[in-house]
Design a protein around this ligand. Structure first.
Ligand code: TXA
Ligand code: MG
Length: 413
């Protein structure tokens, strides 16, 4: 059954110069008991996925939905197909790709025959797969092309939970390499429209499975170190608190529960910083084409930095365009104190995109990239994003926002 409004899609179809946007209804897809082959209740969805699988098998790159963000997928084990991902995104060759699998059988086919996952990895896969968690595994260079791993000894793998993504991988019957489906450096797409606008002229096909439920990328975890600890290289859809809870519950008393260490918060790694093995360490990331300023409203500035008032900040923004009102995009929680001071500020025109309540960081995560892309689309001259607490999904939200922002300001009320 197709229930989603098709107005926007019709618009996309008429505008389409190259990419075909094919509709999929995620709820019409189910999987047989062994989790391998998909069943379709809806013929449109079956036809869309069949066409997409055909494109991938022909070594093309296509746009497709996952529960985190839209991906730009191509055959992971075919170096020339994987190369299309890099050229389409303008992605630097030293930034490795995540490989997506739809079954444990497919996972095993990628790993060195002698490798056995640790107890921690077994727990993490049991609790969070399929889902928004990417794990680093030792790579078997005789199987995984070096272009995918960017010559690293490890390969990043995840099993997505989105029915369209799982069905696509299962129909192709081979692992799919997929970064987020955006030009390198831009915010990740959470709707098919975002992919179309950015990469539509470079792709032949985009699957539209509706908005992504998580809204920002998977958590990238390295648990291969000898100390047995879990290192979070990129916070994401699965929270650090959830990972800690799962390890505590499943490994339990008596055995040593691994620690969960977050990069930059709990550990530094100079070698890793020199290579872009997690997003934004070496390259610009998540930035729309307009400047983004991060506003801290409930923490005091670090030593040497002064705070400012909103009225002083707004006064300074007015000077950026003498001839016309300055268009200010506001990406703020729905209960933000900033909103109390935006009425009738002369010379400024506000467009507000709400990030959900302060107490609900999962909603903020879901809306963040959509907000950045929407405010850019609406012609903002500058986007102001309000900081939230770095807890639960807020850790991943702030990781992305700090990288998107060219400047930070501390606001005193
Ligand atoms: O949710 C997601 O992870 C999305 C969807 C499409 O699955 N994909 C995604 O891919 O965000 P991408 O390429 O935008 O980000 C993956 C990050 C890269 O920045 C890369 O540095 C890191 O994962 N990565 C990949 N392989 C790695 C490896 N072997 N070691 C360390 N980091 C790795
Ligand atoms: Mg990305």
């Amino acid at each position: 059954m197709i229930s989603r409004s098709t107005d926007k899609l019709r618009f996309l179809h008429t505008m389409s110069v190259s990419a075909h946007v094919l509709r999929c209804e995620p709820s019409s897809i189910s999987f047989s008991a062994d989790d391998e082959l998909p069943n379709f209740d809806d013929e449109v969805t079956r036809a869309s996925l069949t066409a997409a699988a055909h494109q991938i098998k022909s070594a093309q790159a296509i746009g497709f939905p996952t529960e985190t963000v839209y991906g730009l997928g191509a055959l992971a084990l075919d170096a020339s197909a994987a190369a299309r991902i890099f050229s389409t995104k303008g992605r630097p060759a030293d930034n490795p790709l995540i490989v997506h699998v739809s079954s444990q059988r497919m996972l095993r086919s990628l790993l060195p025959p002698t490798y056995a996952p640790s107890r921690s990895y077994e727990v993490l896969m049991k609790r969070f797969w399929p889902g928004a968690l990417t794990l680093l595994f030792p790579s078997d260079p005789s199987t995984v092309p070096q272009i995918v791993t960017a010559n690293h000894p490890t390969v990043a793998i995840r099993m997505p939970s989105h029915p369209v993504a799982r069905a696509l991988i299962a129909l192709v019957d081979a692992p799919i390499a997929a970064p987020s489906a955006n030009s390198s450096g831009k915010p990740s797409p959470t709707r098919a429209e975002h992919v179309f606008k950015d990469l539509g002229s470079k792709l032949s096909l985009i699957l539209d499975g509706g908005p992504c439920t998580v809204g920002l990328e998977s958590t990238v975890v390295d648990g291969l170190n000898e100390d047995g600890n879990i290192r979070v290289l990129r916070p994401g859809g699965v929270t650090v608190e959830d990972i800690e809870g799962a390890l505590r519950e499943e490994i339990g008393e008596g055995s040593k529960v691994p620690r969960v260490l977050v990069h930059k918060r709990d550990f530094q790694d100079a070698a890793m910083e020199a290579t872009p093995t997690t997003p934004g360490m070496k390259y610009r990331h998540y930035s729309p084409s307009v400047p983004v300023t991060l506003l801290y409203t409930s923490t005091s500035p670090p030593p040497g930095m002064a705070s400012t008032t909103l009225s002083d900040l707004f006064a300074s923004l007015k000077t950026t365009h003498a001839q016309r009102p300055v268009k200010v995009g506001l990406l703020v929680p729905s209960d933000s104190r900033i909103l109390l001071q935006t009425d009738e500020v002369s010379g400024l025109e506000f467009t507000v995109f709400y990030l959900g309540a302060v107490s609900d960081p999962a909603v903020t995560a879901h809306r963040l990239f959509d907000g950045l892309l929407t405010l850019e689309e609406r012609g903002s001259d500058i986007i102001l994003v309000e900081a939230i607490l770095e807890e639960k999904e807020g850790l991943a939200v702030m990781n992305r926002v700090k990288k998107a922002a060219s400047e930070s300001q501390w606001i005193s009320f």
